[in-house]
Write a protein that binds this ligand. Structure first.
Ligand code: SF4
Length: 356
């Protein structure tokens, strides 16, 4: 995309109510650290009304330490890269080279270089379906332990996409993961790395997302479009001829928010940790013992209230405020409850970006 096209995409996302983005870059050499940093800065710069992007995460090919420093200086939240498969022989089979992606260890050690470059929010993942899912789960958990040992900081997020039909794909997949095993692997990851964010994307169907979100998935996407320039097209139609792979849950953001509300979850657009400096080791101090919930829950209510005021449908707004009321009632500390209540009122009266 040209810079103008990128700006229009960001405006379309802001118009929907998004506050957090992940920018996914490929392996092409023209995606230099400087190019990535410029894209990130554009996301923060482009604003419309109450619309603004408050946290930009990136998924990009492994860089060297200097490259990571450049990317970090643009203000990224999480740096995410997936190992694809932790099984070396399978990795070599699917990435025969030439090219940097064929180097298993360069990819595996990307997070440690990122950390050296100043990035302390790291997202790991595996593409399930390339090799035995049990091995990939072991790989992810071992990677998490290694980061804790070497950097003092475990992964901020773990992703577990399942391989899907994709443009130009013609490979046999003997290790395809069934729905039942998929549920198991998410539950195992939740138990094994309880402090980390678990990300489930719209590659999975609404039915699977409905089941698996109960196991402690904490981050999902909504209204995702994969084709270039896709956010400016308002139709819900998919364009598999242009998309990288198939999106199974194509519900728009408002519908996904309402679905979460109906399940009793508070959809959150919170970006506060990163913005108040609660990252890396500092974040782990709150996340590992679970104290982070004292920030997450009120921030979820406040950012949800912003969404309800600025972007939601009437039906979602009613469901949203009902849940906020119920959540407020659960807070036993009266002073705290009144404080949050007052902030929700301020948001109704036009205040924005109140955070803990
Ligand atoms: S307060 Fe909770 S939801 Fe908000 S950024 Fe921190 S961990 Fe995420």
């Amino acid at each position: 995309m040209t810079p103008d096209e990128l700006e229009n995409e960001i405006l379309s996302l802001e118009d929907e109510g998004h506050k957090r983005l992940i920018l996914v870059f490929g392996e092409h050499p023209s995606y230099s650290p400087e190019f990535i940093a410029d894209c990130v800065k554009s996301c923060y710069r482009v604003k419309k009304g109450n619309g603004e992007i408050r946290r930009v995460n990136i998924n990009a090919a492994p860089l060297d330490v200097e490259g990571f420093k450049v990317v970090k200086s643009s203000g990224i939240g999480t740096y995410q890269v997936f190992q694809e498969t932790y099984h070396k022989e399978t990795y070599a089979k699917y990435h025969p080279g030439p090219g940097p992606k064929s180097d298993y260890l360069w990819r595996l050690n990307a997070m440690e270089r990122a950390f050296e470059g100043g990035i302390d929010d790291m997202g790991i993942g595996a593409l399930f379906g390339l090799y035995d899912w049990r091995f990939e789960v072991l790989g992810l958990v071992t990677h998490a332990l290694r980061l804790q040992q070497v950097c003092g900081v475990g992964p901020h997020t773990i992703s577990f996409p399942r391989i899907k039909p994709a443009l130009g794909m013609n490979i046999e997949l003997p290790y395809e993961v069934s729905d039942s095993d998929f549920k198991k692997l998410v539950a195992i990851l939740r138990l094994a790395v309880p402090y980390t964010g678990l990300i489930m994307t719209a590659r999975e169907s609404a039915a699977i997302r409905d089941a698996v979100i109960e196991f402690g998935v904490s981050q999902i996407d909504a209204g995702t479009r994969l084709e270039i320039g896709g956010y400016q097209e308002k139709s819900g139609d998919q364009h598999l001829d242009k998309e990288q792979f198939e999106i199974a849950d194509s519900r728009d953001l408002d519908l996904v928010i309402r679905w979460l509300l109906q399940k009793g979850f508070i959809p959150s657009f919170c970006t506060s940790c990163y913005r108040v400096g609660r990252t890396g080791e500092h974040f782990m101090e709150f996340a590992i013992p679970g104290f982070i919930g004292n920030f997450c829950t009120p921030n979820a209510m406040l950012t949800l209230a912003e969404y309800l005021e600025d972007y939601s449908s009437q039906e979602t707004k009613e469901a949203g405020y009902l849940l906020i009321e119920q959540e407020l009632d659960k807070i036993t500390n009266i002073k705290r409850r009144e404080e949050i209540k007052s902030k929700v009122e301020q948001i109704k009266n036009g205040k924005r970006d109140l955070l803990y």
